[in-house]
Design a binder for this molecule. Structure first.
Ligand code: PMP
Length: 313
């Protein structure tokens, strides 16, 4: 018997099968499917670690409200864990956030405050800061962009799981960057185990619709946890390609994914094709941060309404 929060982590590592048929057999791509976390994304890990850290340090007590400025995966994770542990959660989010996200957060019992949609996520961040500053003793603010417990979650769970599940045989690790917690924490652990493992950041050329904080690190506010020394290379990904690969993951692999999975896969395929040209083997591991359900009504899956495989084949 397990409690729901015991199910965070230990997500499956699956091999990409059909979209890699053009590659030599000794080059494999594996996806770590973070959608199998109970909150549905990779963000359950840092949310759990930040909350636990807050409790251990006496910063988060039962009288306090967990306050953050996201309805993305971190907001959903905080709301889910808050519900499971009996903490109140207040999320400040832009008013134009999709209905399904509002409903998920509310289903977990979170209190939503809407910021000006025209000011985007920056408006939500500023509003949350103002609400916190007005009454800091009332709140616990996890601050995922600057909280070392965010990358530590990955250093202590995601990294060791990948090492275990590949028996240490991986050559490349790929993660798309938002706060950079996944890349920095997992990369740190894997480099410690084997310095030769290539740590690669996948970055969309333009910010993705509906994904919190997934944008150019260098052109926006740099997170306090960001550590460029951890990774070997950063590869840009065209948004249209990320969307196309996300659709193909569903229709060709049976893996319903969010677009940052397509982004990570684009880089994995690029690395794989480079290895093939050089005649080298490789075991490439890519993080797939979440599932596709939350994005079905967004541009990534637009155009799939009229897809037919045709008859008579
Ligand atoms: N993809 C998705 C769907 C996410 O929600 C996030 C988290 N913002 C990321 C990728 C990036 O993860 P990280 O914040 O650890 O860099």
């Amino acid at each position: 018997m397990a409690a729901i929060l015991d199910l965070i982590g230990n997500t499956p590592l699956v091999q990409i099968q059909r979209m890699t048929r053009h590659l030599p057999e000794n080059i494999r791509i594996y996806a770590k499917l973070e959608r199998f976390n109970p909150g549905g994304s990779v963000k359950d890990r840092p949310a759990m670690w930040m909350i636990r850290d807050g409790i251990e340090k006496g910063l988060l007590t039962k009288d306090k409200i967990i306050l953050d400025s996201t309805s993305g995966n971190t907001g959903i994770a905080l709301a889910m864990i808050g519900a499971a542990l009996g903490f109140r959660v207040r999320l400040v989010i832009p008013g134009n956030v999709s209905d399904e996200r509002k409903r998920i957060c509310r289903a977990f019992g979170a209190d939503l405050i809407f910021s000006d949609p025209l000011e985007g996520s920056d408006g939500a961040i500023l509003d949350a800061r103002r609400i916190y500053d007005e009454c800091p003793e009332k709140y616990f603010k996890p601050d995922q962009y600057n909280n070392p417990a965010n990358p530590r979650a990955h250093e202590e769970s995601t990294g060791p799981e990948i090492w275990r599940d590949t028996a240490g045989e991986l050559t490349h690790f790929i993660a798309s960057m938002g706060t950079s917690g996944t890349l920095v924490g997992t990369g740190r652990y894997l480099k410690r185990m084997n310095q030769a493992i290539q740590i690669i950041a996948a970055e969309p050329d333009s910010p993705f619709h509906g994904i919190e904080g997934l944008k150019h690190i260098e052109s926006s506010i740099v997170p306090g946890i960001y550590d460029p020394a951890v990774y070997d290379e950063k590869v840009g990904v065209d948004t249209d390609l990320a969307y196309e690969l996300t659709q193909r993951l569903a229709s060709e692999e049976g893996i319903l994914s969010g677009q940052s999975c397509g982004c990570a896969l684009a880089v994995a395929l690029k690395v794989a094709e480079r290895l093939a040209q050089e005649g080298k083997p490789g075991n490439i591991v890519a993080i797939f941060p979440d599932g596709g359900e939350k994005y079905l009504s967004t541009p990534v899956f637009a155009g799939r309404d009229h897809v037919s495989f045709g008859e008579g084949i």
